[in-house]
Design a protein around this ligand. Structure first.
Ligand SMILES: NC(=O)c1ccc[n+]([C@@H]2O[C@H](COP(=O)([O-])OP(=O)(O)OC[C@H]3O[C@@H](n4cnc5c(N)ncnc54)[C@H](O)[C@@H]3O)[C@@H](O)[C@H]2O)c1
Length: 300
């Protein structure tokens, strides 16, 4: 277990919701925190209220995240905790999503994570730091109607799992935070999206409709789980144990497909054997030997 006292921590998307709550918890734990957000006003407010340094960043731009890394090193020193948390979630059936939609949602959710790691890894190597990537339950089991979001979050899951393996030897722990429903401003994600009318994605009131029956927790509850996982260097941080059946159901469907494939292979093997032994019955086998012999030009 490792605390945060005196460590420099960077939280993207720190101006609102889960990021802001994680930043607050890190400040409480004694870290010197950089709150980075595309919404400069939100970052500044959070910085002022939490006692953190505010930075403006667009995580979908590699250059912007590189500038953030340089600014953090300058103002606070090398980062020891990186929280890649900035994210957006609007909804549409996959066939309605435009290229501009994909660029935006992949740009923030997936490239934002990739850019964060690329820019801060040199500092994290210096400090033997830690990384937490905010994925989602939608990155363990995707939802219809939010396929674009699920696609980005599955990618974050894969990226995080592989990164954890690859950085383990350097002593850098990597955690995937996979929250279920959390009350934040995520339902108005397009507020941070640039212009361009070519879009199928629309904001949805995530807590209404089908979401009304879900268990919504607070960003503070998520932050507590995130910090515990970071302290212990755990691979996964789960906030909604009640979603286990949903994830298990997906895994069971995949396992069933493997079992089917095995049965199919074994079935075709035994059919092959049966047909071979029918063909090669006592008489057939003599015949086949005789044929082989004939083929091989041997004489009897
Ligand atoms: N709220 C949920 O139910 C829920 C569930 C699972 C995962 N998550 C994930 O949690 C993370 C935080 O979301 P939230 O729920 O706190 O939403 P939120 O909208 O309250 O906070 C997201 C923050 O990211 C910032 N942001 C957006 N685009 C950015 C960009 N290009 N560069 C930098 N910052 C940008 C926003 O300005 C905002 O401050 C996201 O990755 C989201 O996918 C949320």
């Amino acid at each position: 277990m490792r605390g945060f006292e005196g460590e420099v921590a960077v939280v993207t998307g720190g101006g609102s919701g889960i990021g802001r709550a994680i930043a607050a918890e890190l400040v409480r734990a004694g870290a010197r925190v950089a709150v980075a957000d595309i919404d400069a006003g939100a970052a500044e407010r959070a910085g002022r209220e939490l006692g953190a340094e505010a930075f403006q960043v667009d995580v979908s731009s590699a250059a912007s995240v590189q500038a953030l890394a340089a600014g953090v090193a300058d103002r606070l020193g090398p980062a020891a905790v990186l929280v890649n948390n900035a994210g957006v979630a609007s909804a549409a059936p996959l066939e309605r999503m435009t290229d501009a939609d994909w660029d935006w949602i992949l740009g923030v959710n997936l490239y934002g994570t990739i850019h964060g790691v690329a820019a801060f890894l040199p500092q994290l190597r210096q400090t033997r730091g830690r990384i937490l990537n905010t994925g989602s339950m939608a990155g363990l089991s995707p939802d219809a109607g939010m396929g674009g979001y699920g696609t980005t979050k599955f990618a974050v899951t894969a990226y995080t799992e592989v990164l954890a393996e690859e950085l383990a030897a350097d002593g850098i722990a990597v955690t995937l935070l996979a929250p279920g429903p959390v009350r934040t401003a995520l339902g108005s994600s397009s507020r941070n999206r640039g212009g361009g009318a070519d879009r199928g994605l629309v904001d949805v009131d995530l807590a209404a409709g089908d979401g009304a029956g879900l268990r919504w927790i607070t960003a503070e509850e998520v932050a507590a789980v995130a910090l515990d996982a970071l302290r212990d260097g755990r691979r996964y941080a789960i906030t909604h144990p009640d979603w286990a059946p949903v994830v298990h159901a997906r895994h069971r469907a995949i396992e069933a497909a493997f079992a089917d494939a095995l049965a199919h292979e074994q079935g075709s093997r035994s059919t092959e054997q049966e047909s071979r032994s029918t063909e090669q019955g006592p008489d057939a086998s003599v015949g086949s030997d005789a044929d082989t012999d004939t083929d091989q030009g041997t004489t009897r």
